[in-house]
Design a binder for this molecule. Structure first.
Ligand code: FAD
Length: 419
């Protein structure tokens, strides 16, 4: 009895963990040379892109606890997010939690009573519309808070992003501790992927990298075999399959599956910075920028990573072009917030990582999602399979756990009828 988990991104790792915790034997198959998928460490140890979690991401935080990695995720800015407006020069600490807005000093600019009502209205049922349309009457709040949150959480420009989905994100920020922003202290390798693999290995789950699933052979509404290059694995009546793949790969393997078709890019620019040492009292800092190309800046000892989400307009920049535009913005923020270390006028060596299909675009009228278990012994996982959340680590973990539960249910019933 083996459950084959295809794809060792976060969804696949979460599915595998849930399955081994339930006593199943798991084989994990990954096409790439390393696990982690869109949340992975590059060969030099850099993250492919900065990943932040929120206190509201309960499933992701539970997953970190299960793999013993919660200590690796730190809150870089407990006193509020330092935000520099590059156009006006205004620098302030902004609370991401609505509870913090009682303090005028930590309230985002443009938070009038009317703008607050516009935020609250997102929680009400009604026809969906774009975030830009929902905040057309509140341009200051749109610029200072709503647009940065939309682009960060939905990776979609406000002109096309779903106000309903943003409402779902904002609703989750209300509880105590829900808006705490966390980042990996050292990186996604040591603080996420390696501990997950170590925990799985302890449970006897092995990972085969460089193992791309080419074909799912079906018979009678079930998976009969999995075809890898040079290997065909029969899938017996007591076996199961979790397909934890990005949407385009799931659709290639299961033709006719309804999946998101449009994706949005994220550009990350990593500056090396060997001189910086520990950054003040905090080993890690996190800044927000308005009015420029850079959106978020993660400062770790030895390196600075800058994120540009919904990067349709900048994904085509060369490394040198991106560095020339982004470094002056980052330098201005570093100096303005008094971050220690050298801030030379010339950009330090930089490398861009371009994720062209970072996430689906979260616009209006998303395609209907397929059932969790489209075949009797196969369940789908992946960040795109959770309708009520944007494609994030939280969605990936939840999807993996839901797929594991669906397979456990199917195995328990040994049913032959598609769900
Ligand atoms: C630059 C960037 C920044 C992000 N920032 C954040 C953030 O701050 N916070 C947040 O919560 N989320 C963030 N995300 C989103 C987050 O990374 C994803 O939602 C999550 O990693 C998706 O996990 P997944 O397992 O669903 O998919 P994937 O990570 O895509 O995993 C799928 C895996 O399947 C493998 N695979 C593909 N085809 C095959 C095949 N045929 N056979 C075997 N294996 C195959 C792939 O190699 C991959 O490892 C970001 C994403 C990017 C790209």
């Amino acid at each position: 009895m083996t459950v084959h988990v295809i794809g060792a991104g976060i969804a696949g790792l979460a599915a595998a963990l849930a399955l081994v915790r339930a006593g199943q034997r798991v084989a994990l198959h990954e096409a790439a040379p390393v696990a982690g998928g869109r949340a992975r460490a590059l060969p030099d140890g850099t993250d492919n892109g900065t990943h932040a979690l929120l206190g509201a991401n309960r499933a992701a935080l539970r997953f970190l606890a299960q793999i013993g990695a919660q200590e690796g995720w730190v809150e870089p800015e407990p006193a509020g997010l330092p935000v520099l407006d590059l156009e006006t020069g205004s620098a302030r600490r902004v609370s991401l939690s609505p509870l913090g807005w009682a303090d005028a000093a930590r309230r985002p600019e443009g938070m009038t009573l009317g703008a607050l009502f516009a935020l609250l209205r997102l929680a009400l049922p009604g026809a969906d519309r774009s975030v830009a349309a929902a905040f057309a009457g509140h341009p200051r709040l749109l610029r200072a808070l709503v647009e940065p949150l939309t682009v960060a959480a939905l990776n979609t420009p406000v002109q096309e992003a779903s106000a309903r989905l943003l409402g779902a994100v904002l609703r989750r920020l209300g509880g105590r501790g829900a808006a705490r922003l966390l980042v990996a202290r050292q990186g996604l390798g040591p603080d996420l992927v390696a501990p997950a693999l170590a925990t799985l290995a302890c449970h006897g789950a092995n990972l085969r990298t460089g193992s791309r699933l080419r074909e799912v052979v079906q018979a009678g509404g079930r998976v009969a075999a999995l075809e890898f290059a040079g290997t065909s694995l029969p899938v017996g009546p007591a076996d199961g399959v979790v397909l934890a793949l990005p949407p385009w790969e799931a659709a290639r393997l299961l033709p006719g599956l309804s999946v998101p078709q449009r994706h949005a890019p994220i550009l990350n620019l990593h500056f090396s910075r060997p001189d910086s040492g520990a950054v003040g009292d905090h080993p890690v800092r996190f800044l927000g920028l308005l009015g420029g190309l850079s959106q978020w800046v993660l400062v770790r000892p030895g390196g600075i990573s800058v994120t540009v989400s919904a990067a349709d307009g900048s994904i085509g920049l060369t490394d040198a072009e991106a560095a020339a535009r982004i470094w002056p913005e980052v330098r201005q923020a570093g100096l303005r917030f008094g971050l220690p270390g050298e801030w030379p006028a010339a950009p330090p060596p930089a490398r861009a990582v371009r994720e062209r299909r970072a996430t689906p675009r979260h616009g209006l009228n998303p395609p209907a999602l397929p059932p969790r278990r489209p075949l009797a012994n196969l369940a789908l996982a992946g960040d795109w399979t959770v309708a009520e959340l944007p494609a994030t680590i939280e969605a990936a973990v939840r999807s993996g756990e839901a797929a594991a539960a669906a397979i456990l249910y199917a195995l328990a019933r040994r049913q032959a009828v598609p769900a």
